[in-house]
Design a protein around this ligand. Structure first.
Ligand code: ZN
Length: 327
């Protein structure tokens, strides 16, 4: 029954996202809000919490230092406005003792300034490549993807990162093996509001095996609802859903991964525009983590999760990987 529902949603999504470029932005938002309210009721049994996603993977050793859960913060920087707010967000996190990964679109809003990337790295933040143009076409057909892959790889090298994040979480894991990356954020545990809404069904990182032994990448699914969905589409006016989900992830010893956007944060004291929410909400979330879970979480960059996985989980699996036929 759920499969049939998901298929109907896939058709609806296909129809909406095909027409989206022709629909004025305000109407797009209106339609997405209507559809989201309907989905929220329909998928209440698996969103924001999918009870089946809490089981740890085979051979999972637990988090470093015996910590209860993992905490990863990531930001997709989608627009010029977001690009200009990156340092404000970095300051906010640094002031509270957190670090995150900023993912930039190479060919959309600006020539991404390598000195900005350098400054972020120096301050302990991570960097990722977020698609190429963020125009919805990257995964639309194999030809476009394969033409884009060498350019994305060039940015990965130039920016000194092995991390890719997928625009709008549109993805094709099989094609993505063409990218020179070790880890990515391109899916989620459960999120019926995404255009490609079939989630990973886990709150733990997992390996996406390539065609040859040792080739593949680590997928870090986001597990807390994205800010745009929560505040702009669903119209929530508090961080209660973030808290609820975080508590559940912590009790299941999983990975809390929040992917949010400086683009939609209002750092000022004036009223929020239509596609904004107060940056104070994000600050309140970080305060909640600190006050409720003091010392009980392993706060890591995506690159640190990758390193941990590569040294503690992967070695146990290498015999199985070696047994896979090479093609
Ligand atoms: Zn994006």
């Amino acid at each position: 029954m759920m499969k049939a529902n998901m298929s109907a949603d896939r058709l609806q999504n296909h129809f909406f996202y095909t027409l989206k470029p022709m629909i004025p932005r305000r109407l797009q938002l209106f339609l997405r809000r209507q559809i989201a309210q309907h989905k929220r009721k329909k998928y209440a049994h698996i969103w924001p919490i999918d009870p089946s996603s809490g089981k740890p993977p085979k051979d999972w050793p637990g988090w470093p230092d015996g910590k209860q859960f993992g905490l990863v913060l990531s930001h997709d920087v989608d627009t010029r406005k977001g690009y200009h707010q990156v340092l404000q967000l970095a300051d906010l996190e640094e002031e509270m003792g957190f670090r995150s990964q900023f993912n930039f679109v190479p060919e959309r809003y600006a020539n991404v300034d390598v000195s900005l990337l350098g400054e972020l790295k120096k301050r302990g933040f991570g960097i990722g490549v977020h698609g190429l143009k963020h125009d919805g076409k990257l995964f639309s057909c194999k030809e476009i993807f394969s033409e884009s892959a060498p350019r994305i790889n060039a940015y990965l090298e130039e920016w000194g990162t092995r991390s890719f994040t997928a625009p709008s979480m549109m993805r094709n894991h099989e094609w993505m093996h063409e990218l020179d990356m070790d880890f990515c954020i391109s899916t989620f545990d459960t999120d019926p509001f995404e255009p490609q809404s079939d989630g990973a069904g886990t709150i733990f990182p997992y390996w996406v095996q390539g065609r040859s032994p040792g080739h593949g990448f680590l997928e870090l699914p986001y597990t807390l609802v994205q800010d745009f969905t929560l505040f702009v589409i669903l119209g929530e006016t508090s961080i209660d859903l973030w808290k609820l989900k975080l508590d559940w992830i912590a009790s299941n010893r999983g990975m809390a991964l929040l992917n949010s956007h400086p683009d939609y944060m209002n750092f000022g004291s004036g009223p929020c525009q239509d596609e904004e929410y107060p940056a104070a909400f994000y600050r309140a979330f970080l305060e909640y983590i600190k006050s409720h879970f003091n010392e009980r979480y392993w706060h890591a960059l995506p690159s640190e999760v990758w390193n941990f996985w590569a040294t503690h989980v992967r070695p146990k699996r290498i015999p199985a990987e070696r047994a896979m036929p090479c093609s």
